[in-house]
Structures are given as C-alpha cells and as structure tokens.
Design a protein around this ligand. Structure first.
Ligand code: CTP
Ligand code: MG
Length: 389
C-alpha cells in the first residue's frame, strides 16, 4: 500500500482577520482550528505521519501540547517562514529520505475530511500531482481596476482550488527549488510551471479557508455538521492533607489565616487538587499524580492553581469543555464561609470559565473522625463536562 507524509502549514499571521488569537489557534467547538486538520489526517489510512509548520517561537509550546494531548501521527513540529511557500519548503526539508509522496494542507481549512484526503491522494497516484478543487457555481467575469467588465469567462472550465494537494515528493521539491523567488498561493502552481500534469479532484464545498471574520462565522456554523457527537461526562475528585504547625493553609488558592496549615509537596491545596482530579477524570486523562508527580522537584511548593490551569488546558485541547464544578471541603476549623467567594473566583479563573459555574461548600466533621479531630482537611469535587463521544 502506498503511503504519504502530510505537511500542515500553520505558520501564517492571519492578517486579514480581526483581533484575537491567530486563526489557526482559535477554538472551534472547543478545539484549536489546527487540531481539526490534524485529526482528519491522523485518521487517513494512507497518511503515514504529519509535519506541522508553526510560527517562530511556537514550536516548543505546540510540540508539548501535541505530545500531551494529541494521540495522532504528528512526527515533527517545525518553524515556518515569511511566506506560505517558505513554510511549505521548511516542511519539505523536514521529510525523511524514504518519503515518496507528500500532501500539503492549510491549517486554515479545518473542515477537511479524511475522505477528501484519500481522494486527492488517489488523484496524485495517477499523475504525480493533484489538488482538491470545486467547480464554480457563480458566473465569473473579468473586470478592470475601475470595475468595468472586460469579459465573461467560461464557467464550465473554472475551478476554485483548495487544499489538500498531493505530490510525488521529488516533483514538489524540484518545483519549489525552481521557484525560490516566486510567491505562489498554492503548490500546484509551481508544479504547473514545470509543465507537469496536475489533476483536479472533486473537493468539498464545506472545506472553506478561514481568511476573514465572515469565513470564520461560516466555518463555525458548518462545523456543527462535521463535529463528532458530544456527550456529558462527570468526574469525581477527592483529596486530603494533614494539618500541621508551620505551614500555610491554602484552599482554592486562598491563603486563610490559621494556626496550622496543610502538609504536602506543593502548596497542599486540597480543594484545588480535588477539582483537578475531578476534571482529569471527566476528561479521561488519568489522575493528578500522573500529571504532576509529587516526586518531581518542579512541583515543590507549586501553586496548585497553576496545576489546575495546566490540567484545564490539557482537557480543552482534547475538546473537553467544563460545564460545572461542585466541591465540598470538610474542615473542623477555621470557618471557611468568608473565603468561599474568593475560592470560586480563583478556581473558575484557572479553568477559564465563569464563576457561576463553580460552587464550593464547606462543613465540619462534627468533632468525629480525623476531620472532626482537626487532623486533616478533606475536599471532594464533582466536575461535569461536555466532550466528544
Ligand atoms: N501560512 C504559513 N506560513 C506563512 C503564511 C501562511 O504556514 N508564512 C499558512 C497559514 O497558516 C494558513 C495557510 O498557509 O494555514 C494559508 O494561508 P493564508 O490563508 O494566507 O493564512 P495567513 O497567511 O495566516 O493569513 P493572511 O494572509 O491574512 O495574513
Ligand atoms: Mg497569507
């Protein structure tokens, strides 16, 4: 079976978009735009591995993110260049010697499907080069700079070109080398310039490129059809720490004045830990010990809200959206009521959700058991999320 490597270019600046994060990293149904393409390519049987080209300075962050939460075929993350063509070239340079076929795709087209990827590859197996494209539905006219019609073009022969595009690697490499100075908007142009045949493969009208804010609105609307079904899931978290002299008492990120504090490797914020475990549970991401081992010196004295922020990031990258948190803290003393609002605010901010979605309750141990004797403070949390089925 013939297989291809894929280069997904995501190093653009998105200058035609409005304010906010770059388009390839915006969240589409809770998941970064780039991830949608990576998922479609990961699922394609003919795709062996993926190279992701990202903006300068983002390589490390994205590498770590993908390693932590993207169970796909991403082999390498490399830095892009000043133009799209330059970014593609950087991707080509990162291909292994053995790679014979290559796909190029714009991260700005998140609605690409696995079926389309396979179709374009089949086109390329035949000719050496192929692109996804859709036939023009509108009548097309050529005009001059003052808006006067010069002529009407023959619509039956016109196609709007998309990505993915697929090539024999040697051909694309040669085409790029021959065109070092040009600023092409797609890779087929370069192959055409060599005089090689390029096959048009029936694309998908929904495979839109996000260029302006109005495309973004369309893609958001269309993503509902492609989006996997969502379901509600719950996670449960529990934690307990001993109360000892000479330690700070931190709960929900609030330092509470008290004669004793909680003993632990980090700041021992039992409430934040219970919420982290609940969140990881709901996202099927294991538990707190797996992500932040208490043998790791990095977490000595750690602010547990930072850990919660990280856990929430990992969940978000998996397409998990936190709907609600309900937590219960069991402490004989001190009185927690005056601090509940601040705890809710801290926890919500760390998860990037509205404070209204976080509830914190507190109770005593009625003088009984380890809580009642003031030996420990316990926290429990139930986290409700919405996630892919
Ligand atoms: N791209 C890239 N490197 C560049 C420029 C573009 O990897 N130097 C990528 C983009 O991230 C995008 C694809 O090429 O996935 C198509 O480019 P385009 O839609 O033009 O995106 P931007 O260049 O980011 O947008 P703009 O031209 O509005 O700045
Ligand atoms: Mg551009």
């Amino acid at each position: 079976m013939r297989r291809a490597w894929a280069i997904v270019v995501a190093a653009g600046k998105g200058e035609r978009m409005g304010e906010g994060p770059r388009k390839q990293f915006r969240l589409l149904r809770g998941k970064p735009v780039l991830y949608w393409s990576l998922e479609a390519f990961s699922k394609a049987p003919s795709v062996e591995a993926i190279i992701v080209v990202v903006p300068a300075g983002e390589v490390r962050r994205i590498e770590e993110e993908l390693a932590a939460s993207f169970p796909g075929k991403v082999a390498r993350v490399v830095e892009g260049g000043a133009s799209r063509a330059e970014s593609v070239r950087r991707g080509l340079e990162a291909l292994p010697e053995a790679c014979e076929w290559v796909l190029v795709h714009d991260a700005a087209r998140p609605l690409v499907t696995t079926a389309l990827i396979e179709r374009v590859l089949e086109g390329a197996w035949e000719t050496g080069a192929a692109t996804a494209a859709v036939r023009m539905a509108d009548t097309v006219k050529e005009g001059d700079e003052r808006g006067r019609v010069l002529r009407t073009l023959d619509r039956s022969r016109l196609w709007r070109v998309q990505t993915p595009q697929a090539f024999r690697r040697r051909l694309l490499w040669e085409a790029h080398r021959a065109a070092m100075a040009a600023e092409p908007t797609d890779d087929c142009q370069l192959v055409e310039a060599l005089g090689a045949e390029v096959r048009l493969v029936e694309g998908d009208p929904s495979n839109l490129k996000i260029t302006t804010e109005s495309d973004w609105a369309l893609v958001q609307a269309l993503s509902g059809q492609n989006a996997p079904a969502r379901r509600i899931a719950t996670g449960f978290g529990f934690d307990l720490h001993r109360l000892v002299e000479g330690r700070r008492l931190v709960l929900g990120g609030v330092e509470i004045p008290h004669s004793r504090g909680l003993l632990g490797h980090s700041d021992a914020d039992a409430l934040a830990h219970a919420v982290i475990d609940g969140l990881l549970g709901a996202a099927s991401l294991g538990d707190i010990g797996m992500h932040f081992p208490d043998t790791d010196p990095r977490y000595a004295g750690a602010d547990s809200l930072d850990l919660l922020r990280e856990a929430a990031g990992a969940a978000r990258r998996k397409g998990v959206r936190v709907l609600h948190v309900d937590a219960f803290v069991s402490a004989e003393a001190p009185r927690l009521r005056p601090h509940i609002e601040a705890m809710r605010r801290n926890l919500a901010a760390a998860m990037g959700i509205d404070m209204e979605r976080v509830n914190v309750k507190a109770g005593t141990g009625e003088g009984a058991g380890p809580v009642g004797r003031g030996e420990v403070i316990e926290a429990r949390a139930v986290v409700t999320v919405e996630r892919e089925d």
